[in-house]
Write a protein of this length. Sequence first.
Length: 256
Amino acid sequence: MRVHGAPLDLRSLRVYAVTEVEKLIEGRGVDEVTAARSRLSSSLPGFDIDSTLSATDGEVFSLITMADTVASRLADEAVFDGYVAAHESTAPFLAAVPGTGADQRSAPEDVVRTPRGDAQRSTILPAAMASSLQAGRTFIIHRVDQYDLGALRVLVEDLERCFGVLVGVNCYLSHNESEGFGRHWDDHDVVVVQVRGRKLWEVFEPAHLSPLNGYIGEDASGRTAWSGVVRPGQCLVIPRGWPHRAVGLDELSVHY
């Protein structure tokens, strides 16, 4: 979610517009980026788009409070339930980690009902998933942005238009004082959107800038740059290569 260098100017990508159709497309492209910046500024007050666009790795880290209207739409349980009901529940769309701080992902076959008869896909067994969450497992529902979730889809598209990159969204569910992946860094920028419950996050100073690969391990962390509880309606922006870890607070937590 970052483009190195100056903010993208779509007009600079074209030498000239030959036809009226090209002029129309060019104008609409610029207008869409302008509209996306405006919506993003309203959805995430305090998120400095220009500074993030021009920053190098390690310069932009922030905790942002979402607009109330956006936060409430993202936390709508009916929307989330509808997504789960419509989602394919087999690997690689659904995965689980044991909650021990190690990236040991597995296909959670024990919480899924396999297709039978005329059924076209597998579905999640709510009681089985709830029991597994209470036992400390963390569940990951991959690529929820592929489904129309209203406010989430708008947020994703606005980020893509503003930063000129593809944005992928996973949903993470956990309970108890479990730790999903342990200390690690990612090879992409991370925007944590907390929609239910709270989670304790620690962010560490990066040992390496612009990493080409992610890394998981206790030696991934340097000095603590920030530690705190992220609550519903808040976004945590973590640049690429910054090590971090998240620990549950003995309550159901859902974040994108």
